[in-house]
Design a protein around this ligand. Structure first.
Ligand code: TRP
Ligand code: ZN
Ligand code: CA
Length: 445
């Protein structure tokens, strides 16, 4: 009732006209300011170089030679493993990394992890990429996991070639005895004091990324890391799927278990490619992604070059994107100023801001600044949606609140939510006739 009478006034018509103009007018201006304001983070990260496939394959050739010269494998406790460590370490030392080899014992044999630090970056924000370097004893382990080891190595060498000055501190790791139960990476994580663990902004894992009948799988873990990989693939126009062939079956599990945000890539192991997957990715339906998984035929012939090339470039993309985004001190605001129309009496709409590179959870007093232009704000239900999907109600609808606009700052206890990820402002208009748009909103940490 009230609404109808109000709607028929000239003032209301004028207001709607003004609103339409405001929405329609500065499309490009609005987009520009949104870009500038939406987390300095994602807008000013540097673009990664192309990682030469030939370089990655040259590392695989060397790992194959090492296996061939050492009884056909590079397994924990066998000479081919230590020779693999020596090969990777020499490349990194020559490129200016600070390397260290740490030892542990598993099944009565000495195991080795190799850690390489790129000098510089914020020591309180460590971005790490890693891969297990050991094979099973039954074969040379070129896809599992020469592929991930070589992609991480060549990405590190590209960091050196670029003489990259990242905002984060970059660290690279090659793990021993993964095939015995993620042993080396566990020893590494256990060796980190709690204060060191809290400095990790992320750990990226690469285990089997050149499978001969490949799928393109992204770990469904930290949303910001996952998005970084998905964005890379979206840019190629290649569809991805969420990795489901064994969550926790590689070294990232040890990082995740102590609360470090993780992500990674995978092209499939012994599981069978479906016909739907073969249709979108090519390859052979009804056969395994890697039919030489854990066997003697996991040689340099057991690699799909396209998959290895894409995933090596994706590795570099993630290191550059996540490693060079500006670090954001507490108190900074993340804002999205792009206008989003709220359909009258319609479906909910959202506007996102992406938080990345922060450690830990969101604050207990997270400030949510909301600027919604609307001709009858009682129509609106407004929620903040955390990266994991939890919704926090900011405002309910109320049929008699006829005032214009929702311009307010709400305080939300978001301390149970991981800070990193895609946060959304969700707005729904639940009554007919009056309309509006999200003008801007921001989160202040
Ligand atoms: N190295 C892993 C293993 O032997 C390979 C693997 C299987 C994997 N499933 C995975 C790696 C899922 C990452 C994600 O089990
Ligand atoms: Zn394996
Ligand atoms: Ca309405």
């Amino acid at each position: 009732m009230q609404k109808l009478s109000r709607r028929t006034t000239a003032a209301a018509v004028l207001a709607v006209a003004a609103l339409t103009a405001a929405t329609a007018l500065p499309a490009s201006a609005a987009t520009t300011s949104a870009t500038a304001a939406t987390t300095a983070a994602s807008t000013t990260a540097l673009a990664a170089p192309d990682i030469p496939l030939a370089n990655v394959k040259a590392h695989l050739t060397q790992l194959q030679s090492i296996a061939t010269a050492n009884g056909g494998n590079r397994a924990h406790g066998r000479p081919g493993y230590k020779a693999s460590i020596d090969y990777v370490k020499a490349k990194l030392d020559a490129a200016g990394f600070t390397t260290s080899v740490t030892t542990f014992t598993s099944s009565g044999a000495t195991g080795y992890n190799l850690i390489a630090d790129w000098p510089g970056g914020d020591p309180n924000q460590i971005l790490m990429a890693g891969a297990h370097l050991d094979s099973v004893s039954s074969g040379p382990g070129i896809n599992d996991n020469g592929s991930g080891s070589a992609a991480v190595l060549e990405t590190a060498l590209a960091v050196s070639r670029a003489q990259l000055k990242p905002t984060k501190h970059l660290r690279f790791g090659w793990w021993g005895a993964e095939e015995l139960g993620l042993v080396g990476s566990k020893a590494y994580v256990n060796s980190l004091p709690t204060t060191e663990r809290s400095k990790f902004s992320g750990y990226l894992n690469f285990d089997m990324i050149g499978s001969p009948n490949p799928g393109y799988f992204v770990y469904d873990d930290d949303p910001a890391i996952e998005k970084t990989f998905k964005d890379y693939y979206a840019g190629l126009g290649v569809p991805t799927e969420i990795e489901t062939e064994g969550d926790g079956r590689s070294d990232h599990a040890n990082f995740k278990n102590v609360g470090i945000p993780v992500g990674g890539l995978f092209t499939g192991a012994s599981r069978t490619k479906t016909s739907a997957q073969a249709q979108k990715w090519g390859g052979t339906a009804g056969t395994a992604f890697d039919r030489c998984y854990h066997s003697s035929c996991d040689t340099t012939a057991n690699i799909n070059d396209t998959a290895l090339d894409r995933n090596s470039d994706a590795t570099a993309h993630a290191i550059w994107t996540l490693g060079t985004e500006p670090s954001v001190p507490p108190g900074d605001a993340y804002e999205n100023t792009a206008d989003v129309a709220v359909p009258d009496n319609g479906a909910a709409v959202t506007s996102s801001v992406t938080i990345s590179g922060r450690t830990g959870n969101a604050p207990a007093a997270l400030k949510v600044g909301v600027d919604i232009k609307h001709t009858w704000r009682g129509d609106l239900v407004v929620d903040l949606v955390a990266p994991d999907g939890t919704a926090y109600r900011l405002k309910n609808s109320s049929s008699n609140d006829s005032a214009d606009n929702v311009i307010a700052t709400y305080t939300v206890d978001a301390s149970s939510e991981a800070a990193n990820g895609v946060w959304k402002l969700k707005v729904q208009d639940i009554a007919a006739q009056d309309t509006g748009y999200i003008d801007s909103w921001k989160l202040t940490f």
